[in-house]
Design a protein around this ligand. Structure first.
Ligand SMILES: *[C@@H]1O[C@H](CO)[C@@H](O)[C@H](O)[C@H]1NC(C)=O
Ligand SMILES: *[C@@H]1O[C@H](CO)[C@@H](O)[C@H](O)[C@H]1NC(C)=O
Ligand SMILES: *[C@@H]1O[C@H](CO)[C@@H](O)[C@H](O)[C@H]1NC(C)=O
Ligand SMILES: *[C@@H]1O[C@H](CO)[C@@H](O)[C@H](O)[C@H]1NC(C)=O
Length: 452
């Protein structure tokens, strides 16, 4: 409700801004067209078409060696002022871009057309210590599209090496900072579409949205080696109304990672692997409040991933995960296809704590294929059980790589199982009832209502 009011306000303001800016720009466009027509033999300094801003016309070299950041920024600044402008990164060329922020607000309908390759600096030492958070940062951008046949290459191989070192070696290794950059980040941005492009080899996460709304990701490819640590494909935080579809994601970590403050997220028709599958969390770290709701993950093919459909929370958190559906997921040689882990821990041992992010209303539906470790692993909190967990039409068989437990495991988890269930241990895995816990769910609901 609160968010709706927020939305209407933003919409109303955008409408005002749109009306305000459209008229003078239309007038300008007509003037420009007239001028172009008059001097049609003169070449336009920045573009062939009125609304196209080719970064080559802003001084880019496109040789992959010299720094083209200033040209990129200049093209952005010019295009940003014009409605429905296109910034072109032309094909067959390589553009070396350092850590930059491309900032809005811009006129609506801006497009970044990437047909060539954008490269990050490959030497760790050439990254300033002050800009290790991300490489390309889109900030306060509205109604904006990235598309094209091109590639965004984070050249992360020098950053990944660190993970092979021990903790002691790491503290002595001055070259590689512990913070690594995300490749593409959208911060506080709305109405964003990312399609067709490839994003590869990020030092850390490939594509991140935080504090953003109305996001569409379609037909993209994300890849980095299986051995690259913490290289999530797509990472969402405090972000609402998202559709991620028809994409191919294979990295060293989660294909899609949904973090706190996310709602109304629809992820479908994704090929995922290698990596850690599609995850909600880790939520509730350091006793924090975490709220995630209204998530649909459907029509997914997972191959050689560590997990399939997963929810992970740290012990000690607060808040709630609710209304989550994982359906029509085909797994091939996945270690743990169905997983709830409320004891998530990044060390050998984490302290036992009583609080937890409550989990309620999770459907696992039509999940089939092969597993290598355990078909179903639901480890819910000792303090507050998971409720309304449904397991429907689950058919999981050991893969050729199988070396684990054939029994489904459910701990402190209430719900119902139905339809075809293989292995049959899934049928008596969940507990029935759990009515008393509904009261806790209600109070968590009101805590999260304020956050989402
Ligand atoms: C985005 O901008 C374009 C170009 O100005 C406009 O036609 C379109 O309606 C805008 N989209 C939304 C959802 O406001
Ligand atoms: C998907 O993106 C590729 C470029 O990476 C493009 O060639 C193809 O036409 C796109 N497919 C659709 C359905 O748009
Ligand atoms: C659950 O989430 C889905 C997807 O966002 C939404 O369409 C549906 O209305 C939600 N159901 C409830 C009971 O809130
Ligand atoms: C946490 O609790 C579990 C189960 O009660 C117990 O087996 C385990 O040893 C405890 N761990 C620590 C670190 O206290």
């Amino acid at each position: 409700m609160k968010r709706n009011i927020h939305f209407s306000l933003i919409f109303f303001l955008s409408l005002l801004m749109f009306i305000f800016v459209t008229f003078p720009v239309d007038a300008r466009k007509t003037n420009m067209k007239k001028k172009l027509h008059k001097h049609h033999k003169e070449s336009h300094p920045h573009s062939t078409q009125v609304n196209t801003y080719d970064i080559m016309s802003f001084g880019a070299n496109g040789n992959g060696v010299s720094d083209d950041s200033q040209a990129f920024l200049a093209a952005w600044k010019s295009a940003c002022k014009v409605a429905s402008a296109t910034i072109k990164v032309p094909e067959k060329l390589n553009f070396l871009i350092k850590a930059i922020t491309l900032q809005g607000p811009c006129m609506p309908g801006l497009t970044l057309q990437i047909d060539g390759t954008i490269l990050a600096p490959s030497q760790v030492s050439s990254w300033p210590k002050s800009s290790l958070f991300q490489w390309i940062n889109f900030k306060w951008v509205q109604n904006f599209t990235i598309k094209g046949d091109g590639t965004i290459d984070g050249q992360g191989f020098n950053w990944w090496k660190n993970s092979e070192l021990s903790d002691i070696q790491k503290t002595h290794s001055k070259q590689i900072p512990s913070m690594k950059p995300t490749a593409i980040r959208f911060y506080s941005s709305n109405l964003i579409s990312v399609k067709d492009i490839k994003i590869i080899n990020s030092p850390l996460c490939h594509l991140k949205f935080d504090n953003s709304n109305r996001i569409k990701v379609d037909n993209i490819t994300i890849s980095s080696p299986q051995s690259s640590p913490n290289t999530d494909g797509i990472h969402l935080q405090n972000t609402h109304d998202v559709e991620i579809q028809h994409s191919n994601i294979g990295t060293g970590d989660d294909c899609v990672s949904i973090q706190t403050g996310c709602s109304n997220i629809h992820v479908h028709h994704i090929k995922c692997g290698p990596g850690h599958g599609i995850s909600l969390g880790g939520l509730g770290k350091d006793k924090s409040l975490a709220c995630v709701s209204d998530i649909i993950v459907a029509d997914i093919a997972m191959k050689n991933t560590l997990y399939g459909a997963r929810i992970k929370t740290w012990q000690g958190g607060n808040g709630m995960v609710k209304n989550v559906t994982f359906s029509r997921i085909k797994v091939h040689d996945v270690m743990y296809p169905i997983m709830i882990d409320q004891y998530y821990c990044d060390k050998q041992i984490c302290k036992n704590q009583t609080g937890t992010v409550m989990i309620s209303g999770v459907k696992f539906d039509q999940i089939s294929g092969t597993y290598a470790m355990q078909p179903v692993h639901l480890a819910c909190s000792n303090s507050i059980p998971c409720t309304d967990v449904d397991l429907t039409d689950i058919q999981l068989r050991p893969s050729l790589e199988y070396r684990g437990y054939e029994q489904a495991m459910c701990w402190n988890s209430y719900g119902k199982s139905q339809g075809e269930l293989v292995p049959s241990s899934i049928d008596y895995c969940l507990r029935s009832g759990g009515g008393l816990i509904k009261r806790i769910a209600k109070s968590r609901d009101s805590v999260c209502y304020k956050l989402l």
